[in-house]
Ligand binder design. Structure first.
Ligand code: ATP
Length: 247
């Protein structure tokens, strides 16, 4: 098997889920989820707590393999492949809760993630895009603030040179100003051509940088369409997500 990502036939999106059903034990969580992410596209995956957003990411990554349906990535059927093989194809993951090696410094976390891989994203380039991380290179990651940990989590995914980045709830638990900073970074990443599947509970935030959006409810896709169209329709967001929408 070659280590580099395979060429995607032009008609096929970079990532395509078709009829994915995923269980935890006997409990069905995802029901017939179909979605696509094109090369360089930012796609928001929205929904309330427990809607199935993280489970969708776990299904893509092979962490919780689907019971039915297919996951295609870069022209291959990767359904149920182990996570390390999917990562090797260029899928990066920025998990909810920013799991990292807390006793290692910022730099050591990045070095571990880089692991000899080469590509456009080097640790140096990550430091140029995220100068705060450069300042904090010697600090143990367990002593970073939530926002700094989120940046490190993004940096770690980048040094593996992903073609597709799965980002789970990057705003979770962060102060509004820090959220702005994290989203500024994601918007900058978008310009570099990385495709992003962005999970968020805060719909308006994600819709600001997304090209398209899906909304999940009870493990089903209940809405799919252009991000700008959904962002402009607050009533629809309220109806889909059942919440007061912060402006
Ligand atoms: P959140 O924003 O809370 O992470 P989410 O949309 O990402 O929400 P999921 O984490 O995918 O939702 O969870 C979907 C459903 O699956 C929820 O009802 C949740 O309780 C359940 N669930 C999640 N993880 C497990 C697990 N390991 N075992 C059993 N049920 C689980």
């Amino acid at each position: 098997m070659s280590d580099g990502p395979a060429a995607v036939p032009s008609a096929e999106p970079l990532l395509a889920l078709d009829g994915v059903c995923t269980n935890y034990g006997k409990i069905r969580i995802l029901r017939d989820v179909s979605l696509t992410v094109g090369e360089g596209e930012v796609v928001a995956l929205l929904g309330l707590n427990g809607a199935g957003k993280t489970t969708t990411m776990r299904s893509i990554l092979g962490l919780t393999p689907p019971r039915a349906g297919t996951v295609r990535y870069a022209g291959q059927n990767v359904t149920g492949w182990p996570a390390y093989k999917i990562a090797r194809l260029g899928v990066g993951y920025v998990p909810e809760g920013r799991r990292m090696f807390k006793d290692l410094s910022t730099l050591e976390n990045l070095q571990l993630a880089e692991n000899g891989r080469s590509g456009a994203w080097t640790i140096q380039r990550v430091f140029e895009h995220l100068p705060k991380l450069s300042e904090l290179r010697a600090r143990k990651s367990g002593r970073l603030s939530g926002g700094e940990q989120e940046m490190l989590s993004i940096g770690r995914a980048l040094v593996a040179n992903p073609r597709l980045l799965l980002v789970d709830e990057p705003s979770q638990g962060l102060a509004p100003l820090v959220v702005e900073e994290v989203y500024r970074i994601l918007a900058e990443l978008k310009k570099t051509g990385v495709a992003i599947l962005l999970v968020e509970q805060n719909a308006l935030l994600a819709l600001r940088i997304a090209d398209r959006a899906y909304v999940l409810d009870g493990g089903r896709v209940v809405h799919a369409g252009p991000a700008a169209e959904l962002a402009a329709d607050r009533d629809r967001i309220r109806m889909l997500m059942g919440l007061e929408v912060a402006t």
